[in-house]
Design a binder for this molecule. Structure first.
Ligand code: VAH
Length: 316
């Protein structure tokens, strides 16, 4: 049975649906910190779980015969900068709680999300290699870099089968923009659809690696379903999709909403974005487990403009 921790988040809600499609509803248990089940998961098996509550985590894993855990609970980059101590606690202690259950044989396989945020200002920015300089300058990136190396250590020392992906910025329409720096690329669609104007918190020429959520969750399941013998990277796989600037995104949206306007007002998130790569080399993922992304910018803009529900953002 599969436990998804942090299932109410941007990745979690879509990952649960894909896992249910693939393995059946009864094979998936969604969990998040909120007592009441998040709307996006109303048709799923749900249990309230704070990943920092080790006793509850351990009893759920044992009582529900959990074999696979997807640990998605974390603070993202912008939120983490505002609350560094809690970000470290949640991102790291949550990981240790799960890795220790795996070390003790209660969990067979673990997925843990890393991010292109593990790269910093001294990392080569274009076509960033799998193995390169990593001096992250954000709280979130520091926690993800440390977490990656702990995953590799638990694999090396105890044979824990933990697998990880360095996600680029992710774009989806089933959850509202959250505390991510790349979330401008989600937010923009709600504003484009509502009043054809958006104030963007990163400047127009800031290129960042991005990916549509369907590609990201498919990659996640493909990685987890690959034979262990194919997994050569045990800290975390680079995953590249596309790369675009807010200007590129604006131009593509204007193909559908001709009078769409963007004002650029960079805030603290500009420094975060400036520390990250522009594009990612994911040859290792292609070679080891056959990764190939499908969604280009045109397809993403089409889907997002047709699916974002502006009521979610403007009527709450
Ligand atoms: C963030 N969406 O912005 C996340 C992600 C690469 C960006 O880690 O924090």
């Amino acid at each position: 049975k599969i436990l998804v921790i942090g299932a109410g988040g941007q990745i979690g809600s879509e990952l649960v649906l894909l896992l249910e499609e693939k393995f059946g509803k009864e094979a998936v248990l969604a969990s998040d910190i909120k007592e009441e089940c998040p709307k996006a998961l109303k048709n799923s098996n749900y249990v309230a779980l704070d990943v920092l509550d080790n006793d509850k985590l351990s009893s759920i894993v044992k009582e529900e015969n959990i074999t696979d855990v997807y640990l998605l609970a974390a603070l993202l980059s912008a939120t983490a900068e505002k609350d560094p101590k809690f970000a470290w606690k949640l991102n790291m202690e949550g990981l240790f709680n799960v890795l220790d259950l795996a070390k003790d044989g209660h969990i067979k396989k673990v997925f843990w999300p890393s991010s292109i945020a593990v790269f910093g200002p001294t990392t080569p920015k274009r076509n960033t290699p799998q193995h390169t300089i990593m001096e992250p300058s954000t709280v979130y990136g520091i926690s993800k870099q440390a977490g990656e190396q702990w995953c590799a250590w638990y694999h090396e020392k105890y044979g824990v089968d933990v697998r990880s992906i360095r996600y680029p910025g992710l774009i989806s329409h089933t959850s509202l923009p959250g505390g991510g720096t790349t979330d401008y690329a989600v937010d923009i669609f709600y504003h484009a659809k509502q009043n054809a104007e958006y104030t963007c918190f990163v400047n127009e020429e800031t290129a960042l690696p991005m990916m549509y959520m369907d590609d990201a969750v498919r990659a996640t399941v493909e990685l987890m379903e690959a034979p262990a013998s194919k997994i050569k990277i045990r800290n975390s796989y680079n995953l590249g999709g596309i790369s675009f600037t807010p200007e590129d995104l604006k131009e593509e949206i204007k193909n559908q909403i001709p009078d769409f306007k963007v004002n650029y007002k960079p805030d603290f998130r500009q420094q975060i974005a400036d520390s990250w790569p522009e594009s990612i080399n994911d040859e290792s993922a292609q070679k080891d487990w056959g990764w190939k992304h499908e969604y280009d910018l045109k397809k993403i803009v089409n889907i997002m403009l047709n699916n974002v529900d502006t009521k979610l953002l403007f009527d709450k």
